[in-house]
Design a protein around this ligand. Structure first.
Ligand code: HEM
Ligand code: HEM
Length: 158
């Protein structure tokens, strides 16, 4: 009983964090509306729910090397795709965040760090941030059952 309610709480926490992450991500994809200053501060803030999202799946993440090396053949179809997709998505997200800092026009200069902005990193940031959008769509589609069942649970309780 206690274990079940703990699991329910964890699921609700994950659900709420996922909503924060989604809202943050959508705002980050609209720098033309937010302006670059807010875009950069929001992306700094975004790192917090992003890290929490990964920590809430820590057991999954630490088992990843083992799954990829010794267990990969045991994964079939959708599970195998999900494993690879999470990995690709993670690196794409890292590239966007790192390239973002390398082309920073507001935050780094505010901290007194002046980098010469290389058009290469601006291009990388542009291409990968646009790629992240469909990538997130696929990530969410892979967890659609979970999202649907938890939404029904939470909203039907209310
Ligand atoms: C940017 C916005 C993102 C949103 C809205 C989002 C949303 C979700 C949702 C709804 C789930 C399933 C429910 C859950 O257990 O939380 C999930 C699972 C997961 N997400 Fe994300 N996610 C995002 C980004 C990422 C990124 C960049 C990674 C990097 C790898 C990632 C890694 C994972 C992992 C490891 C899981 C659980 C394992 C699995 O895939 O089954 N997520 N995410
Ligand atoms: C998950 C994190 C991020 C996402 C999803 C994201 C997304 C985007 C998008 C969609 C654009 C517009 C690209 C275009 O013109 O098509 C953009 C531009 C920009 N981003 Fe980010 N960004 C992120 C993180 C960052 C970070 C961490 C910084 C710096 C601290 C940053 C700085 C910039 C700057 C300076 C531009 C304007 C680039 C230009 O005018 O060529 N971004 N970002």
């Amino acid at each position: 009983m206690i274990q079940k309610s703990w699991k329910n709480n964890l699921s609700v926490t994950r659900y709420l964090m996922d909503i924060c992450l989604l809202v943050g991500f959508i705002l980050l994809c609209l720098p033309n509306i937010t302006g670059i200053l807010l875009h950069e501060w929001l992306s700094l803030l975004f790192i917090i729910p992003f890290v929490i999202h990964l920590l809430l799946h820590w057991d999954w993440i630490i088992s990843l090397p083992k799954q990829l090396i010794s267990n990969f053949k045991a994964f079939k179809g959708q599970a195998r795709f999900n494993l690879l997709w999470d990995l690709i998505f993670y690196f794409a997200m890292l590239i966007v965040i790192l390239s973002g800092f390398l082309i920073s026009e507001a935050i780094l200069p505010q901290f007194g760090i002046q980098l010469t902005i290389q058009p290469f990193w601006a291009e990388i940031h542009d291409v990968f941030s646009n790629l992240l959008m469909p990538m997130l769509g696929i990530h969410l589609a892979m967890h659609w059952k979970w999202i649907k069942s938890l939404s029904v649970k939470i909203f039907s309780k209310k």
